[in-house]
Design a protein around this ligand. Structure first.
Ligand SMILES: *Cc1c(COP(=O)(O)O)cnc(C)c1O
Ligand SMILES: [Zn+2]
Length: 436
């Protein structure tokens, strides 16, 4: 197997040529630079040697027949592996030990639609239904396959919280060691959720951007040899996992593109890959070629992309995050410029909401649809409301809003919510409380 042939390769730069011939990652053909198009063989590298631009997966889909592919997908398992022919994973991926995330509910949110005045159909793609209760299981599952292919034995990452849990769980299932790094002051729910799988969990005194910088240093050091950092040296593979959100939304709509989709932004990777996934479906003929708009959502306390969008800038000026939406608190988002591109090209927008609006939106979604979102879901729902109120998002069009995480991990955000009354266990007391 490929894993053995490159197991001794620890220098990421040297690994790609050596590993190229033997790495089986399905339809993934090469890595290609997003900026200059320079191609290199598949390997644990993430930056272009020519221009330092980000590398992404280039595929060979030429053998795929549209109708056969559609049938194969529909007959596939109820998880992301139904899309294995479109992902950088070996064909037998579904038989390997992993968490099998995905195929989460696309909830027709009629009650929320009524509150927001949406008439064209409103859906919540509820990714809190994944194994570790966030969308991160999708991306980690891809990185895990890359780690197997490149012979890594430790899974690692820098995380704003959800990724830590997803990596810990995936490593546990697949028999990898895990060592993950988080800002030391994350929500308790996220810390416990990351620690419980038994891997090493290291709190860094600093914010996410400090954690990320530290991980880059670790990769360059002998200490990090044999380590697959899912969102650093395995980032091109990891990022592809977000395409499955686009695939699922379209398939669940009956192989139709949504008109509008509202996506949260941390590094911006998810948003850019949702766009990539939608374009692939069009190119493969699985959906009709017609316009769609992608909207990005941030919290005001960490809104570098939204600020750049509003200022008409093409570059993103870093910010120091200060928001309850900690899973989105990346002040220097790597894919920020691409997000700006996509929002502008598709006719979407990038908007932000205050922490107070995030909390209101969490409660609104819970009250109307019975979905308890984490703060990131409050951000997307809050931004959706703001964009509708501002006349930017068209309420007459089919709209999908992402909820990417579970409210149980960010209980503090709604800490003011609690008992309606405390009574003695008798009817008189119940009546006195005014509840009868
Ligand atoms: C990581 C994360 C995102 C998106 O992250 P990107 O870095 O933009 O891909 C969205 N929601 C939640 C809950 C997350 O944990
Ligand atoms: Zn390049």
């Amino acid at each position: 197997m490929a894993a053995q042939t490159v197991a001794s390769t620890t220098d990421p730069a040297a690994a790609s040529p050596a590993g190229a011939a033997s790495v089986d990652l399905g339809p993934a053909a090469a890595l290609s630079c997003r900026e200059c198009g320079h191609r290199v063989p598949l390997g644990p590298v993430f930056a272009c040697e020519e221009c330092f631009g980000p590398l992404e997966i280039a595929y060979d889909f030429s053998a795929l027949d549209t109708e056969e592919l559609r049938k194969r997908i529909e007959a596939g398992p109820a998880n992301i592996w139904r899309y294995a022919p479109l992902l950088p994973v070996p064909a037998d991926v579904a038989s390997k030990p992993n968490l099998n995330p995905g195929w989460t509910a696309l909830v027709k949110a009629d009650n929320l639609a009524r509150e927001l005045g949406v008439t064209g159909g409103l859906y919540v793609k509820d990714d809190s239904g994944n194994p570790t209760h966030s969308f991160k299981d999708r991306v980690v599952a891809q990185a895990l396959e890359a780690a197997r292919a490149f012979g890594f034995t430790t899974l690692s990452c820098s995380s704003t919280g959800n990724l830590a849990g997803a990596v810990g769980a995936a490593a546990a299932r697949a028999g990898f060691r895990s060592c993950v790094f988080i800002p030391h002051d994350l929500e308790q729910g996220k810390v416990v959720m990351a620690a419980v799988y038994g891997g090493e969990l290291v709190g860094i005194e600093g914010n996410y951007d400090d954690v990320n910088r530290f991980c880059s240093e670790l990769i360059g050091d002998p200490v990090g040899e044999g380590w697959g950092f899912v969102n650093v040296n395995l980032r091109p593979y990891y990022a592809e996992g977000s395409k499955t959100l686009a695939y699922e939304i379209c398939e669940q709509l009956g192989w139709r593109l949504p008109d509008q989709i509202v996506v949260p932004i941390a590094s911006g990777s998810q948003l850019t890959k949702i766009d990539k996934g939608l374009r692939e479906l069009i190119e493969l003929g699985l959906v009709e070629d017609r316009p769609y708009k992608i909207f990005g959502a941030q919290a005001e306390g960490c809104s570098p992309v939204s600020a750049a969008y509003k200022a008409g800038h093409e570059v993103v000026r870093p910010q120091k995050p200060n928001t309850i939406a900690k899973s989105l608190a990346i002040g220097n988002p790597a894919d920020g410029p691409y997000v700006l591109d996509i929002a502008r090209r598709t006719g979407g927008a990038v908007e932000d909401v205050t922490d107070e609006q995030v909390v209101d939106a969490i409660k609104l979604l819970a009250r109307t649809e019975g979905i308890f979102a984490e703060t990131a879901g409050g951000v997307t729902v809050g931004v959706t409301k703001k964009l509708i109120d501002g006349g930017v998002l068209d309420p007459a069009l089919t709209t999908v809003v992402l909820n990417t995480g579970d409210g149980l991990k960010t209980l503090d955000a709604v800490a003011g919510t609690g008992l309606t009354a405390t009574i003695r266990p008798n009817l008189e007391s119940f009546r006195e409380a005014g509840l009868a």
